[in-house]
Unconditional design. Structure first.
Length: 276
């Protein structure tokens, strides 16, 4: 779950130390691994070699002080041959590189403190003069309501699998602020809808370059860095208190925020005003 929920710096450091200890004891084992190919792995399966026997356990217990000693948990030993074989097959699959990678192969890991700090350091341009919006300026509403079936795309691109380099075996998880809005075709045909590069001015006085691309210009994103648009959108949801770091954006999130669309005013062919 770590890649999809983030870890605090202390836990991340300790996992690195544990990974080194495991590999120094047995270089052929997997060490500490992270499942990077969604959906997130939430299982608790234990395969333990005791003397000459392999023992298998499955249940609710996390590999932690609380999970193994303090909490009221329910974990059972797997005894029948059929289930043992199925468990072994499952474990071998989840330990393959296209599903999980060793701790050392996971780059740009989502450290909670770092993500929060980077959000504070995000640099937006400030407009020399703020656009004046009135009833004469044409606009369209860009719906975000389809988020209910976009659990790994759009506002929730973070939950899609990261970038896997087959040659090096390294994985770069997606950033939680990475956003690319997929616009419906009907909206892209509206003459007000931007096509190509444009400058976005926002209702809270920010400026950043954007772009629409792909078929029908349906992919709306911040230019050069997908996180800029995400910092603006998710930042607003966070400030309102309806979204926490590493949580998905849902229909309920937008309902609690009070708006499920972005209003886009066309100032010119290359300048737009975004209201959310």
């Amino acid at each position: 779950m770590g890649i999809f929920e983030g870890l605090n710096r202390h836990t991340y450091k300790k996992l690195g130390e544990l990974n080194s200890l495991i590999l120094s004891a047995n270089a052929k084992c997997g060490g500490v691994r992270f499942v990077w190919n969604p959906p997130p792995f939430h299982g608790k399966i234990y395969r333990i070699k005791y003397q000459d026997e392999l023992l298998y356990f499955a249940g609710s217990s996390n590999f932690s002080q609380r999970g193994l000693f303090n909490n009221l948990e329910f974990t059972c030993k797997i005894s029948d041959t059929t289930t043992i074989n199925q468990t072994e097959t499952y474990l071998n699959w989840i330990l393959t590189d296209n599903v999980s990678v060793n701790f050392a192969k996971c780059e740009s890991f989502p450290i909670i403190e770092s993500v929060k700090e980077n959000h504070k350091k995000t640099i937006f341009m400030k407009p020399k003069t703020k656009p004046v919006i009135n009833s004469n300026i044409p606009y369209l509403d860009l719906s975000l309501a389809r988020v209910y079936n976009q659990k790994r795309s759009n506002l929730n691109a973070f939950f899609c699998k990261g970038k896997w380099n087959r040659k090096t075996g390294t994985v770069i998880p997606r950033d939680w602020f990475e956003v690319e809005i997929i616009v419906d075709i009907a909206t892209t045909k509206n003459p007000i809808y931007p096509q190509g590069d444009f400058v976005a001015y926002t209702d809270d006085g920010l400026v950043f370059p954007c772009r629409t691309q792909g078929d029908y210009y349906k992919n709306l994103r911040s230019r050069d860095d997908l996180k800029i648009l995400g910092h603006w959108l998710k930042g607003k949801l966070q400030k309102k208190g309806v979204l926490e770091l590493f949580q998905p954006v849902t229909s309920q999130t937008l309902e609690e925020y009070g708006k499920d669309y972005i209003r886009i005013y066309k100032l010119s062919d290359s300048d737009y005003y975004l209201e959310f």
